[in-house]
Ligand binder design. Structure first.
Ligand code: PMP
Length: 405
């Protein structure tokens, strides 16, 4: 990405400026991305001028909104290479997507003594729903270890698989280390013993070209707010034949075919899994976000962010006072520790310099335990990031080192 193009991109994001009009060096995109003006505008129009509910109204505005909502579903399907828009379920976010799979597919397909394999680096939202399912069903959770540089060890995964393995659920890209899973290989391994595979695509969807057919996974989950869209919307993709046999998640309006006190029948997927008035404006704004990202090209974003991560790692290494976690080649996410400085103190001092990083366990406490630290500092890049953000971070780190002597 050329410098000029990057600067143009920054100008598209109203959130990258402080209330005082200063540049804000936002390095927390892995937690949530800033939104381009096009998304803000789409949301404002959907909530204002165009607003009406979907599916129920006989009036034109409602019919228009229904078209907009369903167009968003088609756009998501196209963006992720789904075979059909019926495979796209709108949910609140990745967390809800994973809980939905655990509560529906999991409760009907997983039983006592069955195995669910996760990895050491999973986000809590890809751990806790499975623990809750295991408690209810008597299934067992197994943890696939990491390679020394922080990638999910597929050799170890292969060794863990048995015919009792019913599900493998892994992060496509780690939110802490930026490690990228060979997802197709993981899917092939899971399928070799008849298990299903869920990929947590929260960090992959904003920076990688996705193709559900090529990945050959069974479930894929991601959140709109990390993909430059609004909060409150996410996507569960699942193969149509799996969705068809899954019971509903929540009961209510919009997910039924007929309701009577003696018997209710359910709508086909995806409506079966979308009880209640859906996230109408959020879906329409997510459509705008996908248009924005797709116009740039996810592969280009990956290369841009991975390049910034490489540069940051090189610069941090030169300080001789930093521990770097994770692989050398990462998807735009760099976790580190500055000698003698708690990540929270670093984050607080950087904030005074208009630099926003994340400090903490990043909802990955088992990974922190594995790394032997309570927390890390994490800088994560987005499509609007550039070297000026790295320079600001390095200046802030120098100042922190001076303060801490
Ligand atoms: N998985 C990963 C890898 C994540 O980074 C996140 C968000 N930090 C989640 C799951 C949960 O996403 P959400 O909170 O949007 O549901």
């Amino acid at each position: 990405m050329s410098e000029a193009a990057t600067l143009t991109r920054k100008a598209d994001f109203p959130g990258l400026v402080t209330p005082e009009g200063e540049v804000w060096h936002y390095l927390d995109t892995a937690a949530s991305a800033q939104k381009p003006q096009a998304v803000v505008d789409a949301m404002a129009c959907a909530l204002g001028r165009d607003y009406a509910t979907v599916h129920r109204g006989v009036y034109g505005r409602s019919a228009q909104m229904t078209l907009g909502y369903e167009a968003a579903r088609r756009r998501v399907a196209e963006f992720i290479g789904a075979a059909s828009e019926n495979e796209v379920v709108f949910v609140r976010g990745a967390t809800e997507a994973i809980n939905l799979v655990a509560a529906t597919w999991g409760m009907t397909r997983i039983g006592e003594g069955d195995r669910i394999i996760l990895s050491t680096l999973e986000h809590h939202s890809n751990i806790v729903p499975w623990q809750m399912l295991a408690e209810r069903t008597g299934a067992k959770i197994q943890v696939c270890p990491l390679t020394p540089d922080g990638q999910i060890d597929l050799g170890a995964l292969e060794a863990l698989l048995t015919p009792r393995t019913k599900l493998v659920s892994l992060a496509h890209v780690s939110n802490v280390l930026g490690s990228v899973l060979d997802a197709r290989k993981a899917a092939d391994l899971a399928h070799s013993v008849g298990a299903k595979i869920l990929l947590d695509g929260c960090q992959a969807a904003p920076r990688m070209t996705l193709d559900m057919t090529a990945l050959d996974c069974d479930f894929y989950a991601f959140s709109g707010h990390k993909l430059y869209g609004p909060t409150g919307i996410g996507v569960l993709w699942a193969r149509e034949e799996l969705l068809e046999h899954m019971p509903p998640y929540q009961g209510g309006g919009a997910m039924i075919e007929t309701v009577a006190f003696d018997r209710t029948t359910y709508a086909p997927p995806p409506q079966r899994f979308e009880a209640g008035t859906p996230m109408i404006t959020e879906a329409i704004a997510l459509h705008a976000a996908i248009d924005y990202v797709d116009a740039l090209g996810p592969d280009m974003l990956f290369a841009h962010e991975a390049g910034l991560a490489r540069t940051l790692r090189e610069e941090l290494r030169k300080l001789n006072a930093v521990t770097l976690f994770g692989p050398e080649e990462s998807a735009g996410i760099v976790s580190f520790a500055l000698d003698g400085v708690h990540p929270h103190d670093l984050g607080t001092i950087l904030d005074e310099e208009n630099v926003a990083i994340r400090a903490g366990h990043h909802c990955a406490q088992p990974l922190m335990a594995n790394l032997g630290v309570p927390a890390t500092a994490r800088a994560s890049f987005g499509l609007y990031s550039d070297e000026s953000d790295i320079d600001a971070l390095l200046r802030g780190i120098e100042r922190t080192r001076r303060i801490f002597g």
